[in-house]
Design a protein around this ligand. Structure first.
Ligand code: NAP
Length: 470
């Protein structure tokens, strides 16, 4: 398998697992394992050292707060990423880490797609963070004549104006305080860009910030571009529309930077028409996802008897939501370095349960993740309590007959059923169910699975959890 991930803290807002899952499926890349991994600043070096030792890694998407700090951990940094001062993509090749910035490409392609030609034009930016640096660089590269950077912290805007300005002498970069006087402009504005998180879903900033929009002079063919993609129409874009400006949301940039990332990781250029088709289908997919998503990022845990389909349904659910997926049994085997039957025979059921409890604890801290729990994980009252306070527990229910039918195929590999004939297996299932039923029934959601395809079960889980979290 090829390994890749988005790393950051928090990463609950990240659409990268949904995007790269979609690209892998659409481009028939079956061996890509893409994760969302929360990494604290203090743990970045240690995390990267681990990745270096694992030959299957092909790359990482890098998000807040590592985009700048990660540069010193890399073996080389592209000219663009170095000029922007931020790395949003790491390519792992032959044990070396190479840093890139695909946000610049994302900005340029989004503007090109909307036929917003900024060559020789004046542009106004709000914000002076990492994304604003990429936008400023892109505007310099596209030959804008004037770029005004308005920021709450004037010094940050001045730094961008100096540093990016020195790379593009034909563009006049100017820093202003966000609430300061509007400076003289070389010409009416062709473009205004929001590079702040104000207006983003879940961000409590003040959208009065953009009041000055109505005081700025615009060309008749001017655009407003918001880097935010959730919601699709932000307060900034609504106001811009009311002033007659054409609008561009952040989804296009997000998708184009992801396509550029894919090309870097897989060393293959997507053909023009293939890229256009992919872009369109990915935009439709993400647009739907933003609509159906469960906004509350707490994990969803699936429990139920062995053989009920927790892994298959969990994968389908994660795909439906664009979330990550983990299976606590897999974490256990990875930690122990041996299979579950081997753990049972070497350390007994108690040894297995203690590894399982540690896996559950780790899963509780993973936002936007669907967690398939081992059949007995909820038997430990401490784990059960942690699960119930960390997210939603969903009980996947199935009748005895269908469980028996499914386990007839895989029962021999299950330590609790191994060595039993069909009759003894049935008795064992019944006695285990009798003990577990009250615990399973304590789950916040109960979903019947008999006769339903995994996708349908996943949709029913989404409906039930959304209702609960509305
Ligand atoms: P960042 O480095 O944290 O910078 C945030 C900027 O916004 C800073 O200039 C900050 O001002 C300003 N700001 C924050 N809160 C504010 C408030 N309440 N009032 C006024 N100004 C405020 O963040 P970033 O990485 O540049 O990201 C900015 C936005 O772009 C985010 O919404 C992010 O999701 C989006 N983005 C989208 C894409 C895409 O592909 N569509 C890619 C990258 C980023 P100070 O300097 O004064 O703190």
């Amino acid at each position: 398998m090829k390994e890749a991930a988005v790393i950051g803290m928090p990463i609950s807002h990240s659409r990268s697992p949904a995007i790269f899952g979609f690209l892998a499926k659409t481009l028939n890349v079956a061996d890509l394992n893409y994760h969302a991994i929360p990494v604290e600043s203090s743990a970045l070096s240690e995390f990267l050292a681990k990745v270096r030792k694992q030959p299957d890694w092909i790359g990482m998407n890098v998000t807040i707060p590592h985009k700048e700090a990660i540069r010193r951990e890399l073996d080389s940094v592209s000219l663009e990423a170095s000029a922007v001062g931020a790395v949003n993509v790491v390519e792992v090749r032959g044990g070396k880490f190479l840093g890139h910035n695909t946000d610049v490409f994302g900005v340029i392609r989004a503007l090109e797609e909307h036929r917003c030609a900024v060559h020789g034009q004046s542009v106004w930016l709000w914000g002076a963070g990492g994304a604003a640096r990429a936008v400023a660089y892109a505007l310099g590269k596209m030959g804008a004549s004037q770029v005004v950077i308005a920021n709450r912290t004037l010094a940050r805007a001045e730094k961008i104006a100096d540093e990016i300005g020195s790379l593009f002498p034909a563009t006049q970069f100017q820093a202003v305080a966000m609430d300061g006087e509007i400076p003289a402009l070389a010409s009416s504005l062709k473009l205004v860009v929001n590079c702040t998180p104000v207006g983003m879903h879940g961000f409590s900033g003040d959208s009065d910030l953009f009041g000055a929009l109505s005081e700025l002079p615009f060309r008749s063919d001017a655009f407003a571009f918001d880097l935010i993609y959730d919601p699709a129409v932000t307060p900034f874009l609504s106001l811009a529309r009311s002033l007659g400006l054409k609008t561009i949301g952040g989804l296009d940039m997000l998708i184009y930077q992801a396509l550029a990332t894919w090309e870097i990781w897989f060393s293959s250029k997507l053909a023009g028409d293939e890229a256009a088709r992919l872009k369109e289908s990915l935009a439709a997919y993400l647009g739907e996802l933003i609509k159906i998503q469960i906004k509350d990022p707490r994990p969803i845990f699936l429990t139920g008897f062995m053989g009920v389909g927790k892994s298959t349904i969990g994968s389908a659910l994660a795909k439906e939501l664009g979330w990550g997926f983990i299976d606590t049994d897999k974490i256990v085997t990875k930690t122990a370095g041996i299979s579950i039957p081997e753990i049972f025979s070497e350390r007994g059921e108690a040894g297995f349960r203690s590894l399982e409890a540690a896996a559950v604890e780790a899963a509780c801290a993973m936002p936007r993740t669907v967690v398939a729990l081992g059949g007995g994980a909820v038997l430990d009252p401490v784990s059960l309590k942690k699960i119930q306070s960390a997210g939603d527990l969903v009980f996947l229910s199935a009748g005895l007959e269908s469980l028996q039918g499914r386990l007839a195929k895989s029962g021999l590999s299950r330590p609790l059923l191994a060595g039993l004939d069909a009759h003894a297996q049935k008795e064992r299932i019944q006695s285990l169910l009798a003990v577990r039923a009250p615990i399973y029934e304590s789950a916040r959601h109960r979903i019947e699975t008999d006769g339903l395809a995994p996708d349908e079960v996943a949709r029913r889980i989404v409906a039930s959890v959304r209702k609960e979290r509305a």
